[in-house]
Ligand binder design. Sequence first.
Ligand SMILES: O=C(O)C(=O)C[C@]1(C(=O)O)C=C[C@@H](O)C=C1
Length: 376
Amino acid sequence: MLDLGEIRKNIDGIDRQLVSLFEERMRLTSQVAEYKIETGKKVLDPERERQKLEAIKSLVEKEDNKHPIADLFSQIMANSRKGQYMLLEKMGQTLREPYEAVDEIKKEGAKVVYQGVAGAYAYAAMLDYFGEDVDNFNVPTWKDAMEAVKEGKADYAVLPIENSTTGSITAVYDLLQEYNNYIVAEVYVKVEHVLMGLKGTDLSKVTTVYSHAQGLTQCESFLESHKDWQQISQPNTAVAAKKIFEDKDNSHVAIASKEAAKLYGLEILKTDIADEANNTTRFVIVSKTRTFVKNAKKTSIVFECVNEPGSLYNLLSHIIYNGLNMTKIESRPIEGRQWEFRFFVDIEGNINDQRVMNALRGIEEESRSIRLLGNY
Ligand SMILES: O=C(O)C(=O)C[C@]1(C(=O)O)C=C[C@@H](O)C=C1
């Protein structure tokens, strides 16, 4: 009968040797880092790693151990690289481009653009962040909003990026990639649909309800109890509210935001009519300048990795290795390269946080490209 205690004691002895050899190896790779700092040589040396793995595999006696040993040494070298990036960043050898750090994003006198019409949810997000007196204008598309910021016609754009029920707004992610604008803040707006009509509207006399198709779908249960109402969709919820105001017919009602009711002087007939109580949209505030608040807590990046096994895993390992929390990942196809993707990632932390610096450094060195989208 084998003695488990005895076997484990032997394993413990071997592990002690592995740990001490690992530490000795890490000390040597720190010296390599010093050499690389002096000479400007890149940390990642794919040819050396390839040769190393081949050599290691040829050392094993048992064929079955070839794959596990290569796996183990890939990890050891990945960790040695991470240690080297950490040293490089500590020595001030950063690749990060400079930015302006401010106490607060400047809101006074700012000109803001949003997509849609007054009373829409982007409009509510804008008022929420910039205040009621903000100097603003609207444009028909999200791309127009990005363009207005790029051309300096607006200081900031307000764009929806994700909804808690329906997910990411992928077109806006693509625009963040296309334009060299930066995310400087975010705002969460609860999408609270309310029923509105002219002052003194009698619900029992209503014949028609207007809203955006999404608004009608999101209030399905409420509309079930008003089956006799004709449902008519409009380009967006604010247009529906405007229609009630203009048509002056008190048998017509609209489903839109509270802001839309206020804007068109309509009476709120019923609140909380959406099926999903916590329907929230996250909006980003985008600027042309690299100006981030000093106490920013979230870092957004976009990167592309080479199309080979494990490449995404390896890049994300920089986030894990530095103990950071990744709060979001979104993949989008790369135009002109079928079935290749770029990844949008949000991590908790400020870009001045050592751990964030190390992770971004590692991804920068080992990805095909990376861009900092914002720190807010
Ligand atoms: O030899 C080097 O240049 C090192 O930086 C050391 C090491 C390793 O851990 O073996 C780490 C990273 C390189 O990609 C190659 C090898």
